[in-house]
Design a protein around this ligand. Structure first.
Ligand SMILES: Nc1ncnc2c1ncn2[C@@H]1O[C@H](COP(=O)(O)OP(=O)(O)OP(=O)(O)O)[C@@H](O)[C@H]1O
Length: 246
């Protein structure tokens, strides 16, 4: 269970910031749930994800987010982060990185990692010499093979070719046992429409929408509709750019 009460976060000074990224929000995610975090650029999705994963810590206000009642820093072995910037060590090759992960993560599934890196056709060269998409694949192989209870993903589709994106969703579905709690930040709404259980829209410091996908679909809506309604999207706003000056 991920639980946070009165989550507050600002990158500036808490005492003076009138527009914090997260403005006293409550969050509860039960075990085994797959949750998508959505919102406009700069809304605070990645910040919230990093607070959950313990990569950012709340400063002087609000309460810490807890995983099974403990701060993320105390359950590192149960957390896999699949982020664009990567958590790999740049000088290590896929095999060396696998050795490293096997030492660090108690449930690391080396055979599965080797299968994934082979499937992704990753060459045996240092991560720093790989392309952006290859690094992203290495992250996915590592993240999924850790077999952790908590998986945090930030823009997992970024930098991947169209075929890999398709494979990725299938690999992800196939890798999960149903026990994992997976939190996913993405702008690729269509790709996750039927994959996630619950959608949260971050907007103006709040969790402005928080719905079960079954309920959303029963209402005849999809993620795009939810997002537009929640942020009050104006289809015609762009026209002002081309309006004639008086
Ligand atoms: N390291 C940082 N230092 C200062 N401000 C930051 C930092 N990282 C993010 N911010 C600011 O915090 C706010 C939330 O950023 P965040 O990255 O969480 O948004 P996001 O919803 O993930 O956006 P995007 O969809 O563009 O990735 C933004 O206003 C951003 O400018």
């Amino acid at each position: 269970m991920i639980e946070g009460k009165q989550i507050f976060f600002t990158y500036g000074f808490a005492e003076t910031d009138k527009n914090p990224v997260l403005n006293y929000v409550d969050l509860q995610i039960p075990d085994g749930q797959i949750v998508g975090l959505f919102g406009e650029n700069g809304a605070g999705k990645s910040t919230l994800l990093r607070l959950m994963a313990g990569l950012l810590v709340q400063k002087d206000r609000g309460c810490q987010i807890l995983l099974d009642g403990k701060p993320a820093t105390q359950v590192r072995g149960e957390i896999a982060c699949i982020f664009e910037e990567g958590t790999f060590l740049p000088d290590l090759t896929p095999k060396q990185y696998g050795d490293f992960l096997a030492d660090f993560f108690p449930k690391f599934d080396r055979a599965y990692y080797d299968k994934l890196t082979a499937f992704f056709k990753l060459e045996e060269k240092a991560a720093k010499h790989m392309s952006r998409g290859q690094k992203a694949k290495l992250e996915i192989a590592a993240g999924l093979a850790k077999r952790t209870k908590y998986i945090f993903m930030d823009e997992p589709f970024l930098g991947k070719d169209a075929l890999t994106r398709q494979d990725f969703m299938k690999i992800l579905s196939g890798s999960l046992t149903g026990e994992e709690t997976l939190i996913l930040v993405t702008h690729e709404l269509e790709s996750v429409e039927t994959f996630i259980d619950r959608a949260i829209v971050v907007h103006k410091g709040k969790l402005a929408a928080d719905v079960e996908m079954d309920d959303l679909h029963h209402e005849g809506k999809n993620l795009m509709v939810l997002l537009k309604e929640t942020v009050g999207y104006d289809e015609n706003a762009y026209r002002d750019l081309f309006a004639e000056e008086e």
